[in-house]
Design a protein around this ligand. Sequence first.
Ligand code: DHB
Ligand code: MG
Length: 217
Amino acid sequence: MARVTSDNTKEYLESFLPEENSFVLKAKAEARRWQKDQISLSAYEAHLVCFFIRQFRCVRFIELGTLAGYSALKILESLPTEGHLWTFELNSERAQFASALFDEAGYKGRYTIIVGRAEEQLATIVAEAPFDGIFIDANKSSYPFYLDWSLKHLKPGGLLLADNTLMAGVADTHSPHPEKMIRELRAFNQELFQNPGLEAVILPTMEGLAVGVKRFS
Ligand code: DHB
Ligand code: MG
């Protein structure tokens, strides 16, 4: 499970959160079964994401990187009943699992799951723009593309969130991650702060959560 902070503080922060429902727990267990729980959001990271979604009053929202559906279920819970989530997943078996779980949780008709490379598949939803928000949590090499796409298709004032922008060691010369991934995330962060189309911060959690707002002009 990705960490928001040290283990003790993580446990303390999570003690304030309500119990997770059986559907969310099922998504978490499945991610663990796939040995992908280390890349799934932690409960507190999901809480941060949903806090922004609610405060920005997002209705039409995009997620890149469904995995087993843990974050998507929490996002769906945070959107109003007339809202819609478009969530993208590269792997069709994962998408099938997540889709069945969303239906079981009562969200049929309130989400669209799109299988394939998000960089290509995003084009299939441009007619649905503008969107109120986007959460980027897929392949790190496409983060600059996702940022560019988001600025074209978010409404002015729209919310941009991105996970892992400080991924353990982006700012560290002894990073445990592949050099390529670190270079890509550094390029994304540079763009995030320099692009005149948005104002952004990076919340300095362990993984780094970027929060940006598309400018009005
Ligand atoms: C990786 C991806 C993630 O989205 C994450 O939260 C942690 C790690 C990865 O690709 O290594
Ligand atoms: Mg992530």
